[in-house]
Design a protein around this ligand. Structure first.
Ligand SMILES: CC(C)(COP(=O)(O)OP(=O)(O)OC[C@H]1O[C@@H](n2cnc3c(N)ncnc32)[C@H](O)[C@@H]1OP(=O)(O)O)[C@@H](O)C(=O)NCCC(=O)NCCS
Length: 161
């Protein structure tokens, strides 16, 4: 990887390239409206990787309200929605840097827990998440349209005892 790699916040104008990479790399393809919704509402927590002025990877994430406590205090979690790096740029730390970028953004907003779903057979992605200290939480059978199970993996901020 040359030293020109740039990771920056995703913009709505990146939508076409993000959708192309998503189609090329993943069986989970979302509608234009879905990408538009995520980028316009949660763009701060989404990022693209740029090499020689071309987008070569992206990550979409958002902060979600998970529950409100009995005394009315809301709880929030980060959710990694989708990540992909073009095949010719893989194993060059791009995915790791994309994840770090959005995780740091969410952590700076006070998020202590981040979760994601990953296909049980997706070894490269599972290894990436393990390297980032995500732990296996549970398995959901038949999560994907083709019947494959999803692993739910979760990152938690370390608290000093
Ligand atoms: C998963 C994906 C985003 C990883 O992107 P990447 O840029 O190749 O990953 P990185 O180079 O940043 O890898 C970081 C670490 O992840 C792990 N890793 C990544 N790819 C791996 C592979 N093929 N085999 C084993 N470990 C792998 C390694 O621990 C690696 O660290 P190392 O290179 O020091 O060993 C990429 O493979 C991809 O786009 N896959 C298709 C889309 C996809 O499956 N997305 C995830 C959906 S949940």
């Amino acid at each position: 990887m040359s030293s020109t790699l740039l990771i920056r916040q995703a913009e709505i104008s990146d939508i076409k390239q993000i959708m192309e990479i998503n189609k090329l790399c993943l069986p989970e393809n979302y509608s234009f409206d879905f990408f538009y919704h995520i980028l316009s509402n949660y763009g701060e927590d989404c990022a693209v990787a740029i090499e020689e002025e071309e987008i070569i990877g992206y990550v979409l994430s958002r902060i979600e309200k998970t529950f409100v406590s009995l005394i009315g205090i809301p709880n929030f979690k980060g959710h990694i929605i989708s990540i992909a790096v073009l095949p010719e740029f893989r194993r060059k730390n791009v995915g790791y840097k994309l994840m770090k970028f959005v995780m740091e953004r969410m952590i700076n907003k006070g998020i202590n827990t981040i979760y994601l779903e990953v296909r049980k057979s997706n070894y490269p992605a599972i290894e990436l998440y393990k390297k980032l200290n995500y732990n296996f939480k549970r398995q959901i059978e038949n999560y994907y349209r083709d019947g494959e199970a999803a692993l739910i993996m979760e990152w938690k901020k370390q608290t000093a005892n």
